[in-house]
Design a protein around this ligand. Structure first.
Ligand SMILES: [Fe+2]
Length: 359
């Protein structure tokens, strides 16, 4: 089976490109009379971003609580809020200003505005049937690739699984990449999130499910990440733009991940740890599986003076370790991508738990 790959509709890139949002949105307003819905990371609640946006009084502004990553309950409640506001009208656009959590929330709410049921019903592959309203992404944090990927990741605590709404219909129609938007990101967060692209791409390149275009995009994104994170200052303007490009390309590649992401998903599900940081912990205990990438990662952390404090699993109970193992081992496709079909012989329960204990 060959994958019929879709790319994001339109994109524009460059410092100050946020200024073009008004024109793009006005085109939408002429086509559809309904209001726009702005999803902003709650980080911007005490900042002046909202006042700079082409938002009308008749539009809706939702601050997305990103303290934790998107959950099925959270997404459903934002959907309810948007539906109540719309009262049957079709929105001219949904806009997301934030990192992966905010963009994924926007993508998932979009799907639920045009499809019946709740977010848990669409976790999986190609379950979304009706196209969502028009969506615009304005990343304010680089690395997850949500701006170009075909998934919106949601945590489902009832099923103890972190799983996306994987669908071509989940994708954004327009992306605007303005590196000015990432200037105020805290340094640690800039690194933890940015390195997600690096992880996606090396996991894809070292896996067994491959394709030539994904490989080419992944290799380029890895080069860009190294250029940024091995430079003297990862956050200087040129580097913030390069990382935006790396994230965009990494999301486009969206190859199959390997063993970092499943372990990371366990940390997010059980300890509610954010994705980027969880990835860093996951790779920090997989030197045996990814020796070269582990070395590069450690060099990049040291160069940017990023710390990864030890002892995060020091006081966990046996039940919690079992939950960590189960929320990791459930990701069979990524695990077999790196370790082969008999991955459970390598990632035994003892092996996986001993990795968590090393964190
Ligand atoms: Fe990721």
């Amino acid at each position: 089976m060959y994958r019929n790959a879709k790319n994001v509709g339109y994109y524009l890139i460059g410092q100050g490109s946020l200024a073009q949002l008004e024109d793009i949105l006005n085109e939408r307003r002429q086509k559809i009379a309904g209001p726009a819905i702005f999803f902003l990371d709650h980080f911007f609640q005490n900042q002046d971003l909202a006042s700079k946006l082409p938002k009308k009084d008749t539009d809706l502004l939702i601050y997305v609580d990103t303290t934790e990553e998107p959950t099925t309950e959270g997404v459903d409640s934002y959907r309810d809020q948007a539906k109540a506001f719309l009262d049957g009208r079709t929105p001219c656009a949904l806009l997301a200003f934030g990192g992966g959590s905010t963009m994924d929330t926007c993508k998932c709410v979009g799907n639920l505005l045009t499809n019946p049921g709740n977010s848990a019903d669409y976790q999986g592959w190609d379950l979304v049937k009706n196209p969502a309203p028009y969506k615009i992404a304005l990343p304010t944090l680089s690395g997850t690739g949500s701006e170009t990927s075909r998934t919106g990741i949601v945590m489902n605590s009832a099923k103890n699984i972190k799983l996306g709404m994987n669908s071509d219909l989940t994708m954004f129609d327009q992306v605007i990449l303005d590196p000015d938007l990432t200037a105020s990101v805290p340094r640690n967060q800039f690194f933890y999130t940015g390195i997600d692209t690096y992880m996606h791409c090396f996991e894809s390149l070292t896996g067994s499910y491959r394709n030539a275009i994904v490989d080419a995009l992944s290799a380029k994104a890895i080069d860009l990440c190294k250029e940024v994170f091995l430079s003297d200052d990862m956050m200087e303007p040129k580097n913030r733009e390069l990382l935006m490009i790396a994230s965009f390309i990494g999301g486009m590649a969206a190859g199959f991940v390997g063993t970092v992401h499943p372990i990371s998903a366990g940390l997010s599900m059980v300890l509610h740890m954010h994705h980027g940081l969880a990835n860093c912990y996951a790779l920090s205990v997989q030197e045996d599986i990814y020796p070269e990438q582990y070395k590069d990662f450690m060099t990049m952390m040291a160069k940017q003076k990023i710390d990864l404090p030890k002892g995060i699993c020091a006081n966990l109970t046996d039940d919690q370790f079992t939950a960590l193992y189960e929320a990791s081992i459930v990701h069979e496709k990524p695990l077999s991508n790196r370790l082969g079909p008999n991955f459970k012989e390598i990632f035994t329960k003892e092996n996986v738990i001993s990795r968590f204990k090393q964190m």
